[in-house]
Design a protein around this ligand. Structure first.
Ligand code: PGA
Length: 250
């Protein structure tokens, strides 16, 4: 199975900084990689710069968000059609920061995910428990509920087009990544939940990537786990050199 390494730049990187990032990326990139799919998700205003800089590279573009309606009176939102203009093929849905700060429920995440599929975009669905839920031993239950709600009404044949990102909230931006064997345990659990809903064959093929304080130093060990099919990287993806190391170590 290939590995997917996706950068989530969050609210960072102007277009000038984006050009600088890709200049550095191209200079340092070894280009010997095979079986690795690299995705960068810049903020909307940097998409034109990123689209220009990644034209001939093996880097794909993703969006950090997308509205589920086609167009209309939705101030501040962005549509699939607008993203397609910049060759955006992936879209992050259900990131915990959107759930927390923008009150996005799993029901809304589900609408966004279905809309992305309808528009031939690949949703990167983020799920994960918070620290309290983990301490209580409820991580598995929380993740199953999120999965069932966010994947509602997904036709069986489409499940393979969805990337699942397991991102324990307590690991995001804290410098404290999940222990590889714990992350592996949750990834295996996620795969078995998908298997129960969509069948074994589908579950085997679904990419389940890990996010939460991924760095060049921990990418190797995490990446060797059987059910970890890559990473969603926040902070450490803002520096071209460290992102390349993560890609190479994954
Ligand atoms: P982090 O963020 O790598 O900075 O922890 C990951 C994410 O939020 O996707």
């Amino acid at each position: 199975m290939d590995k997917i390494i996706a950068a989530n730049w969050k609210m960072n990187m102007t277009s000038v900084q984006t050009h600088k990032f890709f200049r550095e990326f191209k200079k340092k990139d070894s280009k010997k990689r095979i079986n690795k799919i690299v995705i960068v998700c810049p903020p909307f205003t940097s998409l034109p710069a990123a689209a220009k800089d990644t034209k001939d590279e093996r880097i794909k573009l993703g969006s950090q968000n997308m509205h589920f309606e086609k167009k209309g009176a939705f101030t501040g939102e962005i549509s699939a059609e607008m993203l397609e203009e910049y060759s955006v093929e992936f879209v992050i849905v259900g990131h915990s920061e959107r759930r927390k700060y923008f009150k996005e429920s799993s029901k809304i995440v589900n609408k966004k995910l279905l809309s992305a599929l309808k528009n031939s975009m690949v949703p990167i669905l983020c799920i994960g428990e918070n620290e309290k839920e983990r301490k209580k031993g409820n991580a598995g239950k929380v993740v199953e509920k999120q999965l069932r709600e966010c994947l509602a009404k997904v036709p069986e044949g489409k499940m393979q087009k969805i990337i699942i990102a397991y991102e324990p909230i307590w690991a995001i931006g804290t410098g404290k990544n999940a222990e590889p064997k714990d992350a592996q345990g949750m990834h295996a659990e996620i795969r078995s939940i998908i298997s129960r809903i969509f069948g074994k064959d589908t579950a085997k093929k679904v990419f389940i990537i890990y996010g939460g304080s991924v760095k060049p130093e921990n990418a190797g060990e995490l990446g060797r786990m059987k059910d970890i099919n890559g990473f969603l990287v926040g902070g450490a993806s803002l520096d071209a050199g460290s992102f390349i190391k993560i890609i190479d170590n994954a």
